[in-house]
Ligand binder design. Structure first.
Ligand code: ADP
Ligand code: 5GP
Length: 186
């Protein structure tokens, strides 16, 4: 099995985080890149685990020092993948998942054409809205912002290498596991 760089994206609230954590329970060998972000931590989010939470100044400095593989403006903040997170996993021979937005995914594909882009889709717009509100982590204006961005992101799904519809969680988890192993055995 060859280690691969997988990029998982899709609208906020589609269930990327939920699916990736289930996939990693089944595949503890898979690495996960911890992104840097300028957004505030949500309750329960630990620095260095959920994200590396950076001030605007520290984020600017990381850009100047060339420490990002990619970064983008996402939902009113900046988030980016640190090269050190990718190198650490690939150099140890582990496949790695980046859970990042579509702008970042397309940047990664330009730099690493072998990267596998996987798009996670909600079963419908209505269900996406239900999940986003049900998660209860965003203020109403952020929910609206994320729904607007979701519509644009869905248009880019066709440029991805694989798509998984996250309707039933169990089924979607197995589909994502199958996508990973089929590209690893290519
Ligand atoms: P994302 O990481 O894409 O923003 P989350 O993983 O945070 O999304 O999921 C958004 C919400 O939807 C969470 O409350 C999560 O528990 C719920 N959720 C995820 N997958 C499913 C599913 N298949 N069916 C129902 N609810 C789901
Ligand atoms: P959240 O604020 O819900 O954690 O994430 C919001 C969005 O930011 C999601 O679409 C997520 O994929 C994206 N994101 C998280 N980390 C990164 C990153 O390192 N780079 C890019 N481009 N997007 C990211």
């Amino acid at each position: 099995m060859a280690p691969r760089l997988f990029v998982v994206s899709g609208p906020s609230g589609a269930g990327k985080g939920t699916l990736v954590s289930r996939v990693r329970e089944a595949r503890p060998d898979l690495g996960l890149s911890v992104s840097a972000t300028t957004r505030d931590p949500r309750p329960g989010e630990e620095d260095g685990v959920a994200y590396h939470f950076l001030t605007d100044e520290a984020f600017d400095q990381a850009i100047q020092e060339g420490r990002f593989l990619e970064w983008a403006h996402v939902a009113g903040h900046r988030s980016g993948t640190l090269l050190s997170e990718v190198d650490k996993n690939l150099s140890q021979g582990h496949s790695l998942i980046l859970e990042i937005d579509v702008q970042g995914a397309l940047q990664v594909k330009e730099i690493y054409p072998d990267a596998v882009l996987v798009f996670i889709e909600p079963p419908s717009k209505e269900e996406l809205e239900r999940r986003l509100r049900g998660r209860g982590t965003e203020a109403e204006k952020d929910v609206q912002l994320r729904l607007g961005i979701a519509a644009q992101e869905m248009e880019l799904a066709s440029s991805y290498d694989a798509r998984v519809i996250n309707d039933d969680l169990e089924v979607a988890t197995h589909e994502l596991l199958d996508v990973l192993s089929s590209f690893e055995s290519e």
